[in-house]
Design a protein around this ligand. Structure first.
Ligand code: SAM
Length: 252
C-alpha cells in the first residue's frame, strides 16, 4: 500500500473487491433489466463513468450487442475490466480507458446512454453528475445513475455526518426534474443485494488477512473490516438505500 490516503483507499478496495464483479448492491439480472428498459440493441453506444471491472458493459455487450467506453481512475480496475472484455469476447466493442471521469474528453452528444453506477463522487454529487453526463448523450439519449439515498429520516447525526452527499430519494427526484429530466424507471437494491455486496467485501478482506499474516498493514485492514461491519449492522442496513434510476430528458 502507498502513503497517499486516497491511493490507500483505492488499494484497500482492490483487496476487498477481489471476488466481486459488480461493485454495487445489485445483480446481473437487475442490470439486464435496466438494459431492456433502455431498449439497448446492437450498435447502441454507451459510456460508463466509474466503470469498475466493467461488468454492466460486459453484460449489455453480451446480451444486447452494445458498443461502448468504460472509464475508471483505478489502474487495477481497468486491467481487470480489459481482461474481462477479452475473455468474454467483447473487447472489439468495449473500450476501457483509465482516466479521471470528470476530465475524460468524450465526443459530446454522441452516446445513446451515459451511465454512472455508484460513482457520482466523480463530479462531486448527484446534480453535477447529471450535468456532466447530459453532455454525453444526444437528444433522445438517456442517463442511468446508481445512487445511494436515505431510506428514512431522521438519520442519526453521527452516521449522517459520514455520508454528507446523500439525499433522500424524494430529493433525488426533485433534483432530476430541476435539471430537466424525468425519472423513467427505478430498480432498487434489496436487503439481499446489500448483504451480498457488503459480505463479498468482507470475504475479500478476510481472505487477504489470512493470506498475509506478516504484512505491516494487516492490522489496518482488520480495523477497516470491523469498521465496515460496525457501520453496516449499526446503521446502513436501516438507513442506507441504493437504486438505479433511468433518467429521460423528455421534452413536453
Ligand atoms: C462503487 S465502484 C462502482 C463500479 C461499477 N460502476 C460497478 O457498478 O460495478 C466506483 C468506481 O469508481 C471509480 N472511481 C473513483 N474515482 C473516480 C474518478 N475520479 N474517475 C473515474 N472513476 C473513479 C473507482 O475506481 C471504482 O471502480
Amino acid at each position: 500500500m502507498v502513503g497517499n490516503p486516497r491511493m490507500k483507499l483505492l488499494e484497500l478496495k482492490n483487496i476487498s473487491e477481489r471476488y466481486m464483479e459488480l461493485i454495487n448492491p445489485t445483480s446481473p439480472e437487475k442490470v439486464l433489466t435496466i438494459g431492456k428498459i433502455l431498449g439497448l440493441k446492437e450498435g447502441s453506444l454507451v459510456i460508463d463513468f466509474g466503470c469498475g471491472f466493467g461488468e454492466p458493459l460486459a453484460l449489455w455487450a453480451e446480451r444486447f450487442g452494445i458498443s461502448g467506453i468504460g472509464v475508471d481512475i483505478r489502474e487495477h480496475a481497468c486491467d481487470r475490466a480489459k481482461k474481462k472484455m477479452s475473455e468474454r469476447g467483447v473487447a472489439d466493442r468495449i473500450k476501457i480507458v483509465c482516466a479521471k471521469g470528470a476530465e475524460y474528453q468524450f465526443e459530446k452528444q454522441s452516446f445513446d446512454v451515459a451511465v454512472c453506477m455508484g460513482a457520482s463522487f466523480i463530479w462531486g454529487g448527484y446534480r453535477p453528475t447529471i450535468r456532466g453526463m447530459k453532455e454525453a448523450i444526444h437528444s433522445r439519449g438517456k442517463l442511468v445513475i446508481g445512487e445511494p439515498y436515505w431510506l428514512k429520516e431522521p438519520v442519526p447525526p453521527e452516521y449522517a455526518r459520514t455520508e454528507q452527499a446523500v439525499h433522500t430519494e424524494y430529493e433525488l427526484l426533485q433534483i432530476t426534474r430541476e435539471e430537466g429530466l424525468d425519472v423513467e424507471y427505478v430498480v432498487r437494491a434489496s436487503h439481499d443485494d446489500w448483504d451480498r455486496y457488503e459480505a463479498d467485501n468482507w470475504y475479500g478482506l478476510i481472505r487477504w488477512i489470512e493470506e498475509n499474516p506478516n504484512h505491516p498493514e494487516r492490522q489496518e485492514v482488520i480495523e477497516n473490516l470491523h469498521k465496515s461491519q460496525d457501520e453496516y449492522f449499526r446503521y446502513a442496513r436501516e438507513y442506507f438505500g441504493w437504486a438505479m434510476h433511468v433518467l429521460n430528458p423528455i421534452s413536453y
